[in-house]
Ligand binder design. Structure first.
Ligand code: COI
Length: 366
């Protein structure tokens, strides 16, 4: 039997943090450090389905050393945000899209899918319990992190029969911590992120762990982030690992944008998808077309590419100012954030904070 959402058990922390202590923790929160006071937990077992869904005070877990996820990495996660809206209420941005991607990731790793209703209910319960943790400051938000992992204590090499769902939240500012300051990116040729038929198009920890070596290499070359190329031809720009890329062509009335198509080796970002819908509605046409790394450099030199930015739930909109690789380096225009990037950043912020109406049902008020 599947436990329906009404079986959700709720136990709130008995001694909430004082407003003064909470305010202190919420100041300069960085990314991923300031967890809130509650969490959601749920279980799934073969033959039983979902059960034991609860909201409880945030705290450590007890874990069997043989927990399958620790050994074989059967884990999927999501990342989405709750924002303080212009009228003081709270809205979660596109929870249904994130629920669908969570299901797709789970299917890829042969894990149980959580239905959208249960996923959204979990978000609602946590955001309600920790509503005071949703920042007022523009650019700051509550980042929601659902994760599902194989909890069965067995080292057998097969999909597990028992799973655990957790949902936690942390207060966050921009991922790069410096609004619209351009980043320098490193084109990795030594490492690859994803192969055809692999797991590059789902949100699983292994994609990120596998990218750390390139991230370290990038940092050693003074770069903030890695740009990933396709792993076969080593030619086509894919994504930044945690962010998708958009290229601005031309200026003024003739401005148009491109972003790499979803070839199965890059993550279908929810922010990417939102911009594909939103930008044309605001006079900025976007096409999904592949871009070769050499063309990126050439079109910057010829002045056709005028701006480049990355986008993601965590990153929002982040301008790319300079590109570097082992052989070469170039600037995008003068290396500063351009007018289209600024406009896109403002549009996205306005939609996320509910000050610009959208007609797609993206804003889920809690
Ligand atoms: C996001 O939430 O935008 C990301 O994908 C990055 C996250 C893994 C830190």
């Amino acid at each position: 039997t599947t436990t329906d959402a009404t079986a959700f058990r709720i136990s709130r922390t008995s001694t909430p943090l004082s407003p003064a202590e909470r305010e202190k923790r919420m100041t300069a929160p960085g990314f991923g450090r300031v967890l809130t006071e509650h969490m959601v937990s749920g279980r799934w077992a073969k033959g039983q389905g979902w059960h034991d869904l609860r909201l409880s005070p945030y705290g450590p877990l007890e874990m069997d050393p043989a927990t399958a996820a620790l050994h074989y990495g059967q884990i999927v996660f999501e990342g989405l945000k709750a924002h303080r809206l212009h009228d003081g209420s709270v809205g979660v941005f596109r929870p249904h899209a994130h629920a669908r991607r969570f299901q797709r990731s789970a299917r890829r790793l042969v894990m149980p899918e959580m239905d959208t209703g249960m996923f959204v209910r979990s978000l609602e319960e946590l955001v309600r319990a920790d509503r005071a943790w949703v920042p007022d400051q523009t650019g700051h938000s509550l980042y929601l992190r659902p994760v599902l992992y194989a909890e069965e204590a067995v080292l057998a090499l097969r999909p597990a029969y028992e799973y655990r769902f957790l949902l936690m939240a942390f207060v966050t500012e921009g991922f790069f911590n410096d609004d619209l300051n351009p980043v320098t990116v490193w084109v990795s040729t030594r490492f690859a992120r994803a192969a055809r038929g692999g797991t590059g198009d789902v949100k699983i920890p292994g994609n990120y762990a596998g990218a750390f070596a390139a991230q370290v290499e990038a940092a050693e070359h003074g770069c903030h982030q890695v740009v990933w190329l396709d792993s076969i031809e080593r030619r086509w720009v894919e994504e930044m690992g945690g962010m998708n890329l958009f290229f601005v062509h031309g200026r003024g009335a003739g401005t148009r944008l491109t972003t790499p198509p979803l070839t199965g080796t890059l993550l279908p970002g929810v922010t990417r998808d939102a911009l594909l819908t939103l930008l044309p509605e605001h006079g900025l046409p976007v096409e999904e077309v592949p871009l070769a790394i050499d063309d990126w450099q050439e079109l910057c030199a010829s002045g056709e590419i005028t701006e480049v930015f990355a986008c993601g739930t965590a990153a929002g909109v982040t301008p790319v100012g300079t590109v570097r690789s082992a052989e070469t380096r170039w600037d995008v225009a003068d290396g500063n954030a351009g007018p289209v990037t600024r406009r896109v950043a403002e549009l996205l912020a306005a939609v996320r904070h509910g000050s610009l109406p959208e007609r797609h049902g993206w804003m889920h008020r809690v």
